[in-house]
Ligand binder design. Structure first.
Ligand SMILES: NC(=O)c1ccc[n+]([C@@H]2O[C@H](COP(=O)([O-])OP(=O)(O)OC[C@H]3O[C@@H](n4cnc5c(N)ncnc54)[C@H](OP(=O)(O)O)[C@@H]3O)[C@@H](O)[C@H]2O)c1
Length: 219
């Protein structure tokens, strides 16, 4: 990033924490160390820090959130959020959080795994929804419905999926190591999926069966 010559404010950097250290102080230090590695300047910061997963249990979720809150209060992190959290995990946070709601929930989202309950809950509570695996890791590039819509707009299947996520109000996180794909994946502002296109893509939902990583637990 430094070599690119871009200024720090031109990039948005997200990091995550998965598990706590031996005690609260060490957990907090882990977060601070991560920020320093990413942005070693004296006023270095990370734009967004997430708890990677709720799966380690209630006690650990609380410990991790406390560490993020502390670093956030000190300005080392601009926004704090969660990932793979369902309704119950976020409601539980009300018991201990001084920052609530989490600013972001990053979950798996694409037409085959739409996680409607979690999305509705987040949108009602003004939690920004980030869509991971928005390209379904290219595993659905042969899907007939998707290809028909992509052809209709003279766009690629990837561009169509990213456009679907944006029109659903998500922040899609398409990953690519390939420069030409990175450029193509950003070229999605010159077309709009109409009602029929959106309905056809919405119709592909397979619920938790359609996930390739993890569907959230809303209990
Ligand atoms: N919070 C979580 O638990 C979690 C879990 C999984 C992922 N994520 C995040 O979500 C981001 C995206 O997820 P993901 O990487 O699993 O899935 P993805 O973005 O749906 O798919 C990435 C795959 O699609 C390929 N690809 C990218 N653009 C393409 C295009 N235009 N045409 C054809 N293939 C294309 C990439 O290949 P090349 O790189 O070879 O171009 C890569 O193999 C990740 O970077 C990660 O940060 C978060």
């Amino acid at each position: 990033m430094k070599q690119s010559g871009l200024s720090r404010s031109d990039v948005y950097i997200t990091s995550k924490i998965l598990s706590p250290a031996s005690d609260d102080e060490a957990t907090y230090q882990q977060v601070v160390d991560s920020v320093k590695k990413i942005d070693p300047s004296s006023n270095g910061y990370v734009d967004l820090f997430l708890i990677h997963s709720p799966n380690a249990g209630s006690e650990i979720r609380q410990k991790l959130w406390k560490a993020l809150e502390r670093a956030h209060k000190e300005g080392r992190i601009r926004a704090i959020g969660v990932s793979n959290y369902g309704r119950g995990h976020i409601e539980e946070m009300k018991k201990y959080a001084t920052v609530w709601p989490p600013q972001v929930n990053q979950i798996e989202l694409h037409p085959w795994c739409q996680q409607k309950e979690a999305v509705e809950y987040c949108q009602q509570n003004k939690i920004l929804v980030e869509a991971y695996c928005p390209l379904v890791r290219n595993q659905k590039s042969d899907d007939k419905t998707l290809n028909a819509i992509a052809d209709k707009h003279a766009k690629t299947t990837g561009q169509t999926l990213i456009r679907w996520a944006i029109q659903r109000g998500f922040v899609p996180l398409p990953k690519s190591d390939t420069p030409s794909r990175i450029t193509a994946n950003a070229d999605i502002y010159d077309f709009v999926l109409d009602k029929e296109d959106m309905a056809a893509l919405d119709n592909l939902d397979q619920g938790a069966q359609g996930s390739i990583v993890q569907a959230v637990d809303n209990s």
